[in-house]
Ligand binder design. Structure first.
Ligand SMILES: *[C@@H]1O[C@H](CO)[C@@H](O)[C@H](O)[C@H]1NC(C)=O
Ligand SMILES: *[C@@H]1O[C@H](CO)[C@@H](O)[C@H](O)[C@H]1NC(C)=O
Length: 373
């Protein structure tokens, strides 16, 4: 064998090697691929055709239903002109002599999918109404891209105004709202709902919502983003639940068309008009999981809130994934326990000078939480 003949296959191997590397780098996901994953397609009129991947369910207003419900629910129409409604929950046996905290809840779904009546969120609200216990008002808000942000924030704010009007008895109070303590209101959201809870809390600071008192925010696996990638986004870019390229496509549907992912709607710590009022927020609970590509966004927000002297409670678990509490009862139970701890702790603060505690960061008790900010 001549040396030249031996060299040829070697050269070929190298060539193929570099070719395959450059091909895999150039391999780009397309928006069509993201649409397929999300089960959406364009209609001719610019609206989305959403394949119903997770069913929706009717409320359960009647305790005599079989199987016996753990909580009762009803839909309250907010306006004859729009489809906006509140799905209201109370425990099936509310305590007689004690009012319950009112949780205003915003469901997840990337701002594009799902409804307050989607079965996973309906079940979640039934459980928290029964477990905590609490009166839960789950807000049906408009979705993108038919209604880009801030439409969802507007609807969320209307949900808060509805609760205020209930407190004032405007137009008559729903009998179920007699169970609610309007001085103990909490905003809760998961994923996109956490983003909504955060923004609407900042917006609500500009309005007279008395006699409502928002005592705290609970932000579960917030759906935030930004132009610059975080470590967790890079590490988990092909995540089955919230792949990075799918998120990029989603944000292009959600944000107003002239805005990029560093707008405060997406990246709440990058700047914008809301930053200056963050120090006025009530206590905040932030929950994240290191198996979720979005976890670094929650950590960054937690660090920012800490700098702004917001009283912060947080948990960042090892493992997990986006939406873990909807599939894993242990994770769900931990979240409910955290929420109860957080809400009751806020209650005790009523007797203290909260200014003294404003610098504290309170980590929730946990066995498996080895992480830190
Ligand atoms: C919506 O999508 C589904 C599934 O892709 C399809 O079967 C249906 O025809 C579409 N509907 C419209 C109105 O385009
Ligand atoms: C549910 O979560 C718990 C706690 O994080 C974990 O130990 C358990 O393995 C999970 N179960 C399933 C079925 O994934």
């Amino acid at each position: 064998m001549t040396p030249q003949k031996r060299q040829f296959p070697l050269l070929l191997t190298f060539l193929l090697f570099f070719l395959s590397i450059s091909l895999s780098c150039a391999q780009q996901h397309t928006w069509q691929e993201a649409f397929k994953v999300l089960g959406i397609s364009w209609n001719r009129d610019g609206t989305l055709n959403r394949t119903i991947q997770i069913p929706m369910v009717d409320p359960t207003p009647d305790a005599d239903t079989k199987p016996t419900p753990i909580a009762l629910s009803q839909d309250i129409q907010l306006s004859y002109k729009s489809k906006a409604y509140i799905r209201l929950y109370i425990p099936v046996n509310p305590p007689k002599n004690k009012k319950l905290p009112l949780i205003i809840y915003f469901h997840g779904g990337d701002f594009v999918l799902f409804s307050a009546s989607t079965i996973i969120f309906h079940k979640f609200c039934n459980e928290i109404a029964s477990e905590l216990p609490a009166v839960v008002a789950s807000v049906e808000y408009r979705l993108a891209p038919e209604n880009r942000l801030p439409a969802a924030y507007d609807d969320a704010l209307n949900g808060i105004f509805w609760a205020r009007d209930q407190a004032l008895g405007k137009g008559g109070r729903d009998p179920w709202m007699e169970y609610a303590d309007f001085s103990r209101v909490f905003l809760l959201g998961s994923s996109a709902g956490a983003n909504i809870a955060y923004h609407v809390a900042l917006r609500a600071l500009d309005f007279d919502i008395r006699p409502l008192k928002i005592q705290g925010l609970m932000l579960n696996q917030g759906y935030f983003g930004g132009l610059q990638r975080t470590q967790s986004e890079i590490k988990l870019k092909d995540d089955p639940y919230v792949a990075l390229y799918v998120n990029d496509v989603l944000w292009s549907l959600v944000l107003p068309q002239n805005l990029n992912r560093d707008h405060e709607f997406c990246n709440p710590i990058s700047g914008g008009t809301y930053l200056g009022r963050v120090f006025r927020l009530p206590k905040v609970y932030i929950k994240g999981d290191h198996g979720d590509p979005l976890v670094d966004r929650s950590i960054l927000l937690a660090q920012f809130l800490q700098q702004c002297n917001v009283r912060l409670y947080y948990r960042f678990n090892q493992g997990g994934f986006h939406g873990v509490e909807l599939q894993n009862t242990t994770a769900a139970q931990q979240l409910y326990n955290d929420m109860r701890f957080f809400m009751n702790d806020v209650d005790m603060l009523g007797n203290l000078n909260s200014g003294d505690l404003s610098h504290q960061v309170i980590r929730l008790p946990s066995d498996d939480d080895k992480s830190f900010i």
